[in-house]
Ligand binder design. Structure first.
Ligand SMILES: O=C1O[C@H](COP(=O)(O)O)[C@@H](O)[C@H](O)[C@H]1O
Length: 282
């Protein structure tokens, strides 16, 4: 039943599953054979987006995950032409952080800082880790608000680019299955987690609201244990945090290796008959 053909249809009559399938866009997907190919695909994506963003005024806000992402993201970023790396304009935010000092080997920011030249440390927006977890979250929200101010949509932040990872349990940022994050900040942009199933137990994380308003989101996912998460994102299955973090505007790109892509429908499969979809494989 079409939503747009019969003015008399009551809301209860709509088939929302049908609506979802008809009007939902699939993510754009890039499958790589190895790390080198993935870095090239990411570099091309970053090049396209940075060229566009540099023609626009203002700060370019980029959110990044930790875990296995820092080396691959950093390689791709530094592979871009130097004139696109206008550091005065670029600010990078952690989408989540383990509640440890930045010198601790578990720190997501600390991992990036070891990969970046020291003179570029200022590009990273700090999460001011202090003795009080809630205060840390509030101070980070203050930093986010101050720097993303012109990019806010009402009271929600708008990252220009978001690069998300995920765990085999389907978590993204530090949003774990079972809704463990408690949103303690004024606008609910930042949450705290005190019982993370993955160490360390205590973490700071952006909320779904913060992630879903991004202008362009990308997941970088490798390895067979995460193939079901890739499939859940592809299917818009709202049972895992990673698939729930999908941006409202549907501008979602997946960078996956062959192992992580193994549960996706093949190009010819009848499962994938939606002509509105971008090609699943390039
Ligand atoms: O703990 C975390 O885990 C996820 C996934 O990490 P990975 O090592 O499996 O890639 C990561 O995206 C997140 O930022 C991090 O804090």
């Amino acid at each position: 039943m079409s939503m747009f053909q019969d003015d008399d249809i009551l809301i209860d009559d709509y088939d929302f599953d049908d609506y979802k399938i008809q009007y939902a866009m699939r993510p754009e997907i890039h499958v790589s054979g190895d790390d080198v190919e993935m870095v090239t695909q990411l570099k091309n994506y970053l090049t396209k987006r940075l060229k566009y963003l540099l023609d626009m005024p203002g700060t370019i806000g980029i959110g990044v995950s930790g875990g296995s992402m820092p080396p691959i993201f950093t390689k791709a970023l530094f592979a871009c032409d130097a004139d696109l790396l206008n550091w005065r304009r670029i600010r990078i935010f952690m989408v989540d952080e383990r509640y440890v000092d930045k010198d601790d080997e578990q720190s997501n920011l600390g991992t990036y800082l070891k990969l970046f030249p020291p003179e570029l440390a200022y590009v990273f927006v700090p999460i001011p880790i202090c003795n009080d977890l809630s205060l840390t979250a509030r101070l980070y929200e203050d930093n986010l608000r101050r720097i993303l101010l012109p990019e806010q949509s009402g009271t929600s932040p708008r990252f220009d680019l978001l690069f998300l990872g995920c765990g085999p349990d389907g978590h993204t940022a530090s949003l774990f299955p079972g809704d463990r994050a408690e949103h303690v900040t004024e606008y609910g942009w930042v949450g705290v987690v005190q019982d993370s199933p993955k160490p360390p137990k205590t973490r700071i994380t952006l909320s779904f609201a913060s992630l879903k308003f991004a202008k362009h989101s990308a997941f970088i996912i490798t390895g067979a244990p995460k193939a079901h998460v890739v499939r859940a994102i592809w299917d818009r299955d709202n049972t895992l945090p990673a698939s729930m973090a999908r941006p409202y505007n549907d501008r979602l790109t997946l960078f996956v290796d062959e192992a992580a892509a193994k549960s996706l429908p093949s190009r010819d499969s009848s499962e994938e008959s939606d002509s509105r979809s971008p090609q699943p494989f390039d």
